[in-house]
Design a protein around this ligand. Sequence first.
Ligand SMILES: [Zn+2]
Length: 163
Amino acid sequence: MISDVDLRHLRRCVELAAQALAADDEPFGSVLVADDGSVLFEDHNHVASGDHTQHPEFALARWSAQHLTPQERAAATVYTSGEHCPMCAAAHGWVGLGRIVYIASGAQLAAWLTEWGVPAAPVAALPVTAVVPGAVVEGPVLELVNDIRALHHRMHGPSDGSR
Ligand SMILES: [Zn+2]
């Protein structure tokens, strides 16, 4: 179940994704929230430099490994604008973070990019649970999917702004 608290953190992910886009980066944003509801860490994509491993979900996993106990990691929630890619899903699994809530699925993003003629990514859009079978994952979150689609459309879509 997606709660109002979940939606608040997911809206922050949309803001972070928009910040990334404003910085000429790809529009992805993520927020790490502790068991008590406090925001621990947040980040957006940093791949514009050419390092395509600089995804926010990977940054959250590394931050959590450095700053949280295993118990704190397991109790934390990762909110993110788009479902983890396999690299980030693996990092999530290796550090033992808890619940994932994503707005748009990897399959949705891949379908949009295909529709807009963007060349296929070099990494398959596997569901998180195909990489981390025990992961607790919720999404897509329909209330916010169009916000995420719009950000990706601004980056990759036809410039006439159709749809
Ligand atoms: Zn990733």
